[in-house]
Design a protein around this ligand. Structure first.
Ligand SMILES: C[S@@+](CC[C@H](N)C(=O)[O-])C[C@H]1O[C@@H](n2cnc3c(N)ncnc32)[C@H](O)[C@@H]1O
Length: 210
């Protein structure tokens, strides 16, 4: 039996995704967070940055960006194409979510990346994320929903109900919450597209001042 969609646990399995230009667009959550920051700048961390669409959006708005991924193929290409001034604002970290240590930041973005953590590691990773965001800073990112077609029996990825997503944001004010279901596709490590049912939550939340 074919392993389910290659499971994407190995960094090199993400090469095909990162080279697929049609999937490399800024996320709605990152665009919404930028709007809510209303011209404020600071340090952003983009975890699971992939081919760097959200990192680039941040850099274009003069944020300093730490872009982290266990596969830095895509973000290295972004770096090569930046002008010298923007290059100074981008720091690339090759690491896993499970192992990473995070600086205190004003904006932490995690678009379509956190669901690829296994449930056994999720709480620890979420704690690191939550702790890294300074008061008045924001989280933007994606959670996979329990009605996603990848969910049944999957122990390598993490899926949430709406209530479980909301519960993660103690100490935050949720400013934007978008739940979507649609029929679409995913791409595996061999660049083959698979039909799937997507169920995702996108969230922007502000850390409450202490
Ligand atoms: C679906 S892509 C999303 C990329 C980008 N954020 C976007 O929205 O287009 C998931 C990204 O997370 C990275 N990733 C998956 N699991 C990871 C892990 N355990 N540690 C670090 N990066 C991981 C992959 O390499 C990939 O670039």
């Amino acid at each position: 039996m074919k392993k389910q969609d290659d499971d994407n646990t190995s960094a090199s399995n993400w090469n095909a995704f990162q080279k697929d230009k049609k999937r490399n667009v800024p996320s709605n959550a990152a665009k919404m967070a930028l709007k809510l920051f209303d011209n404020r700048k600071g340090l952003a961390i983009d975890i699971g940055c992939g081919a760097g669409a959200d990192s680039l959006l941040m850099l274009e708005q003069d944020w300093s960006v730490i872009a982290l991924d266990h596969n830095t193929l895509g973000i290295n290409i972004v770096y090569e194409n930046l002008d010298a001034e923007k290059k100074d604002n981008l720091y690339i970290v090759q690491d896993t979510f499970e192992n990473m240590k995070l600086h205190t930041c004003n904006w932490l973005n995690a678009s379509f990346s956190l669901p690829f953590i296994s449930p056994k590691d999720y709480d620890d990773v979420w704690q690191k994320i939550s702790n890294s965001i300074a008061p008045d800073g924001r989280f933007s990112g994606t959670f996979f929903g329990n009605k996603d077609s990848w969910a049944p029996g999957n122990t390598l990825r993490t899926f949430h109900t709406k209530e479980q997503v909301i519960k993660l944001f103690g100490g935050f004010e949720i400013e934007w919450f978008d739940e979507r279901e649609r029929e679409g596709t995913s791409i595996d490590a061999s660049r083959v597209e698979h039909l799937k049912h997507w169920h995702v939550f996108e969230v922007v939340a502000k850390k409450v001042q202490l």
